[in-house]
Design a protein around this ligand. Structure first.
Ligand code: DC
Length: 229
């Protein structure tokens, strides 16, 4: 039986996570949040005091071993997905800015990306998978039948993030958030290994002036056509 694979790549704040979850629900496919895997490895290496020593070759070998055997579980129910590292619920911990920094260090190291490759591939199971990340179409699932690149201007992503943080009761300045987003984009797009870029055959959507519902419709129209539904 063919496994249908839909990839959604793009910068942070483009709405990828929300849309990937909606699509997985709509098609009743599995969901891979690959950013969470980088975050889990970042957290695990930090807990073992290894995150600041990744430039040492012996430490790196040890970290590759840890990445290969990382004990992670994603358990989904109607309320969402709980994420476990070594059987401890770290769903909220991995979303902090700090763990985001650890993930970003891990993501820049080729040997660790290679070690996480198979961990991501095993999510492809019948009837299908929605894979959300930066290099899903270009590196991890080049055989995907539907490849979407979801982007949005840095300004509109910053506005969304500010609303989200204000909703959590935090007092934030849009200029700070915007410069963080611009710095992260630069790092993601300019790294030598698996940089953030659209696959040649990707369907590109700019969500700057679109609602989630509009983007969802554009995506399902494209996916249905690609999958012959
Ligand atoms: O999407 P996110 O913020 O959870 O991603 C965390 C980090 O992992 C971010 O620095 C980008 C990186 N990442 C990556 O390099 N490749 C992926 N497929 C997913 C995330």
């Amino acid at each position: 039986m063919t496994i249908h694979i839909i990839t959604i790549d793009g910068p942070s704040g483009s709405g990828k996570g929300t849309l990937a979850a909606k699509l997985a629900q709509h098609y009743q496919y599995h969901l891979l949040d690959s950013g969470a895997i980088y975050r889990l490895l970042g957290l695990s290496l930090h807990q073992k005091d290894l995150i600041d020593s990744l430039d040492q070759i012996l430490i790196l070998e040890q970290c590759v071993e840890i990445a290969t055997h990382l004990d992670i579980k994603f358990i989904s129910d109607v309320k969402g997905t709980q994420i476990y590292l070594d059987d401890i619920d770290v769903t909220e911990t991995i979303r902090t800015e700090r763990v985001g920094e650890f993930a970003s260090k891990v993501a820049a190291i080729p040997a660790l990306r290679v070690a996480l490759f198979e961990r991501q591939r095993i999510f492809a199971q019948v009837p299908g998978l929605v894979a959300d990340g930066r290099d899903m179409a270009t590196t991890v699932f080049p055989e995907a039948q539907a490849k979407i690149y979801l982007t949005a201007s840095a300004e509109s992503r910053a506005e969304r993030r500010v609303k989200q943080l204000q909703g959590m009761g935090l007092d934030v300045k849009i200029s700070d958030i915007l410069s963080n987003i611009q710095a992260r984009d630069k790092r993601d797009m300019e790294r030598t290994v698996a940089p953030l870029k659209p696959a040649e055959d990707a369907f590109i959507i700019d969500s700057s002036n679109l609602s989630i519902e509009n983007v969802f419709t554009l995506m399902t129209d494209y996916i249905d056509a690609q999958l012959g539904k």
